[in-house]
Design a protein around this ligand. Sequence first.
Ligand code: SF4
Length: 676
Amino acid sequence: MNSHEDLSIKKRFGTCSKDCYGSCVFQGVWNDFAPERKFLYAKPSTTHPFTNGFFCSKLNHREDLIYHSKRLKKSFIRDGPKGENNFKPITLENALDKINKKVCDIQNKYGSTSIIAAFSAGNYGLLSRYAPLRFFGKLGAKITYGGICNEGGCAGLTKLFGTYSTTNPFQLINPSTKLIVVWGSDLSNRNIHAYYLVKKAIENGAKLVVIDSRFTQIAQKSDLFIHTYPGTDHLLAQLIIKYLVSYNYDKEFLIQNVDNYNLLIEEVLNIDESRILSQLGNKIQSINNFVKLLVENRHHTIFNVGYGVQKDYSGGRIVQTIALIPIILGNFGKPGTGLIYSQSDFNNRFIPPLLEYIAQSSKHSAIPGINLINLGHALMSEEYKLLFIYNFNPASSLPNQNQIRQSLSKEDLFVVVQELFFNETTKYADIVIPSKFDLESHDLITPYYIPGLSINEAGPCPYPDCLSNYELYQRLARKFGWLNDSIFQEDEMSIIQNCLKLLPSNIQKNIRAQGYHLLFNQNDIPFKDLSFPTSNGRIQASGSYFQFGKNKFFERKEKEFFLISPSHKYFIHSQLGQINHQYLEVFKKIFLNKIDIENLGLEIGEEVLVSNEYGKCKYILGELMSLKTGMALIYSGSPSASKRNLNVNFLTPDIPEESGLSGAYNSAIVTINKLK
Ligand code: SF4
């Protein structure tokens, strides 16, 4: 490196903005003067106690994604029927003019509420998600609320604790932790930093129990593994609670901290043990062994519950029932105890003023909206004429793809998509605007596994037509004649600086000095005083906990299969296909246990027809011995924009989880037939 190059090297704070537990913090190394590959590499932080100096294998080389040859660098306008990525290039200025004209026409003819913006967590940055709301709020349009991930479970836990975040995940490695229960969470593939902590705890003598519908990599490290069917986790939890109540529980904790605990115990005593045992199909011995471990390690056990268990019609209550186990044992407020689910509610201690500022919500009335999970259904009505999509790939991620694609195909729905690459959703766009990558925009990231805040300091984007989400709507606001409105005059850097000023001084200082702030030190124990944010500070155990949910085990007919759709190790939902293309073949397959393949008279590698009431697709049959018999697996996503419309969500139900806030993806049942 010569001295000129040396001077051009810049280091910037970065955070991985993917919808991932890691929210890895790093130092980005840039050459601002390079003609194209300005971002050179990312060095994971060694001081951040969760990032711990390493990235996951799927994003070790994010620079290859940023400068990928297929990245969108120009705007495009539809040049053919919807349903295919048929476009011709258009200048950015022309694209913005056309969008502006469409907004004006539709606003005049149908009113502002016929315009809707749909967004999700494709980029987890606060500005990326919420700064466009300055535009939509002023326009009087609608937006989507809620999500498609963990919201049902959050609602369930909030009913108990007044919050869904109760535990500091660093307690996994507290010396007091003697037992870790990983329930429905594929840490080894989806949350490798927590997996690292669990492995450290095991080295220090902690025992591990894994409960899952798949024998995952982390299950191989467990002292006890319990294999469940999707949607039956609450039955297992009920049985364990029943055994604990008859055997050994923390009555004193319940008296002190749980409202209506006596009603809960009454309900527990009515649980029909033999019925549940026959429904679960698990060996009583493994359940007894689990209960024994829980009793032996009472006040030293921590649960890590994954989001898959709540992707069910009764998802919130499934998570709630699991949470009753640590409650019955008094496993809260002590070192090495608690239940880890989503920790994002801790961030709500400081986020609301930031969101208020980013969206400038005080400058407009509350933005009306619909639940994201209902988007397909809503778009089928005549109500909506213009749809903006950013940070979201609904033609991959939403359930009941036949419906969502039918709604996106409507000729009277004008669709504007802001994207990095052509994908399944751009197939339905009228105009596509090229997006900046996360590292090319200033942003703040609020992790949902390790509570805190971190920053992205934008480096230069070599493609002048690529815009950040905020920049797109800032430009449209100007086209709209809102030049003098101060909320559209700020650039991203000023928004970040003003947001930082709204934070307590210690958070500001840490962000400026190291790029991140963590809410907890490793030894911190939230709710140590056992005062939860409920109406009276106590855990709320009122209501019926155990009599809910249909029993899918018996609903499944012979030759039907429970279908699960986890993410694949090398992809984040529908992203990363460009750099992990060697694994794309996996999306052509449906996996079954070998015994089921034999029973169906099928052969590995043959093409089969997978169908249910929502749709049908052809898949190649693959074998996965980690699955329980009676289960089928298709990986979620399919990041390609190929002509072959393969996506597991053609088969997943759009009936939401009962809270209405998220999906019931794992409530799908399918049949698998030989192709004639
Ligand atoms: S995808 Fe997750 S684990 Fe991988 S680098 Fe990003 S935040 Fe870290």
